[in-house]
Design a protein around this ligand. Structure first.
Ligand code: NAD
Length: 499
């Protein structure tokens, strides 16, 4: 073990974390006094007891958020003042970079170097970007006649319930917090029970940055308890949800059963990566497919898990994939060198292994990987796995696996590739690889996905919207479009009498 890894391990061993909820600016135990164990997938050890929030805790957090909204302690501040607080919040996040990165890695198993280089900076940038944007967004005056003036203004919605997953815990929270807070709302955040730690620290850092008490509350707990109570709450105006399509459906039901709150669902994906025979650099395409799929151990909603390759270049493509895959062998998440770490928990690992088994039994061939490894650690690690001989009707091509499993599907014609790529319940992302400019544009237009990449897969920026077509959700995170989710449009008509 190198010195840096030793130091991360020493800091991990010394961790003492306050897992209480944060409501109305204070750390509080759950109303019923219950906790659950927050377990690290790295080695199965318990990191901290965490407050197990239920309906009573959600009631308290929503009441605190509502009081903060109603007395305008945040919404009533000029945008330039909110900007300053959010900028300070972003600085605090960067200032706590090592601490937050360590918590994120221990909590959900990703390599520490990526928590440091991706998760923390992206979280800070998101908060800062919305802060910076908010005093530059103008409202509108409608082009009506001389006898009246119609003002069209955005108003904050009120209390936002944010329910987020565990794969990028801080970034997913920031995608809700940035636009919701910048526009003056109050927020109750329910982090995943699998990764609650950084959300609690973020809320403390926001307070230190000057965000008024009650504006940002965090209630940890289970989905069917705290999550459901938040989504059913009659005093929550909107739910910003990121998670599975299965739970996204429930979010819509909860809204229907309660107060018709707005529901914004950012859900699962089964993204297609389509490589045509006219793309010269087959090796680059294959390396990108491997890198994009295996990053974060495949636990990315936009992972290109269906790789369509023209039959004439499939052997060459697969040869590169086979030599690339072992580079993503899992290793010690605190070691600083492994490309992938642990899967988030035993349940997720068994889901992934179950899909690998399903692929085999439906007739696909494992070219690389396929097994659980590092069992001696007590953690949950699976080899990067490549399947060949996959058809688009197999379960591994239709269902979201959310693990390091890549499926190669061969095709013969452009029409067939487009039809199969679009033959999915999901529509989050897609990519087309072609050196023919007409084909690249034609196929990009035909792919039914919220984002289409051409001859690359990794471009990403806070300035562009993120979200999907079909059962990948509705609404968009990131970019100025996300402001629409957390604001209501109000028209004010003013009569102007003639002289
Ligand atoms: P999940 O749906 O199981 O859980 C997400 C959140 O919802 C968690 O906080 C959970 O506690 C809560 N929840 C679960 N059941 C609930 C219920 N009945 N009522 C209310 N809340 C409930 O998803 P996950 O396993 O945490 O995350 C993986 C999923 O997230 C994948 O499907 C992935 O594609 C998706 N995801 C989508 C995006 C995107 O932007 N589209 C980004 C990241 C992850």
């Amino acid at each position: 073990m190198n010195a840096q890894a030793e130091s991360w391990h020493a800091r991990a061993a010394a961790l003492h974390f306050d897992g209480r909820a944060l409501v109305a600016g204070r750390r509080v135990a759950a109303v019923a006094g219950e906790t659950f164990d927050c377990v690290s997938p790295i080695d199965g050890r318990t990191l901290a007891p965490v407050a197990r929030g239920r309906a009573a805790d959600i009631d308290a957090a929503v009441a605190s958020a509502r009081a903060a909204f109603d007395d305008r302690r945040w919404a009533g501040q000029p945008p330039a003042a909110r900007k300053k607080v959010l900028q300070r919040f972003a600085e605090k996040i960067l200032g706590a970079r090592e601490e937050l990165a360590l918590l994120e890695t221990l909590d959900m198993g990703k390599p520490i170097q990526y928590s440091m280089a991706v998760d923390v900076p992206a979280t800070a940038r998101c908060i800062a970007w919305y802060g910076e944007a908010i005093d530059k967004v103008y409202d509108e005056i409608a082009p009506t006649g001389a006898s009246a003036l119609a003002l069209i203004q955005r108003e904050p919605m009120g209390v936002i319930g944010a329910v987020v997953p565990w794969n990028y815990p801080m970034i997913m929270a920031a995608w809700k917090l940035g636009p919701a807070l910048a526009t003056g709302n109050s927020v109750v955040l329910k982090p995943s029970e699998k990764s609650p730690l950084t959300a609690l620290r973020l809320a403390e850092l926001a307070l230190e940055a000057g965000l008024p008490e009650g504006v940002f509350n965090v209630v940890p707990g289970f989905g069917a308890e705290a999550g459901e109570a938040l989504a059913l709450h009659a005093d929550v105006d909107a739910i910003g949800f990121t998670g599975s399509t299965r739970v996204g459906r429930k979010m819509l039901e909860y809204a229907g059963r309660s107060n018709l709150k707005r529901v914004y669902n950012e859900l699962g994906g089964k993204s297609a990566f389509v490589v045509f025979e006219d793309f010269a650099d087959v090796a680059r395409a294959a390396k990108t497919a491997a890198g994009s799929l295996f990053f974060n151990a495949g636990e990315s909603c936009n992972a290109p898990s269906r790789v369509f390759v023209h039959a004439s270049i499939a052997d060459e493509f697969i040869a590169t994939l086979k030599s690339e895959a072992p580079k993503y062998a899992p290793g010690d998440p605190l070691g600083g060198t492994a490309e992938i770490g642990a899967l988030v928990d035993a349940t997720q690992m068994h889901t992934v292994l179950g899909y690998i088994e399903a692929g085999r039994s439906e007739g696909a061939r494992v070219l690389s990987g396929g097994r659980q490894v590092m069992t001696e650690t007590g953690g949950y690690y699976v080899e990067p796995t490549v399947f060949d001989g996959v058809s688009n009707s197999m379960r591994i091509a239709r269902e979201e696996i959310f693990g390091p499993v890549l499926s190669v599907i061969r095709f013969s014609t452009e029409a067939e590739a487009i039809a199969q790529a679009n033959d999915s319940a999901y529509g989050l992302q897609a990519s087309v690889w072609s050196d023919n400019i007409n084909r690249a544009h034609r196929v990009a237009r035909s792919l039914r996905a919220g984002t289409v990449h051409v001859n690359q897969y990794d471009e990403d920026d806070i300035t562009v919207p993120f979200g999907g077509f079909k059962q990948s959700g509705n609404g968009r995170d990131k970019s100025l479009h996300a402001l629409d989710k957390y604001t209501e449009l109000k028209t004010t008509w003013i009569r102007i009498d003639a002289a």
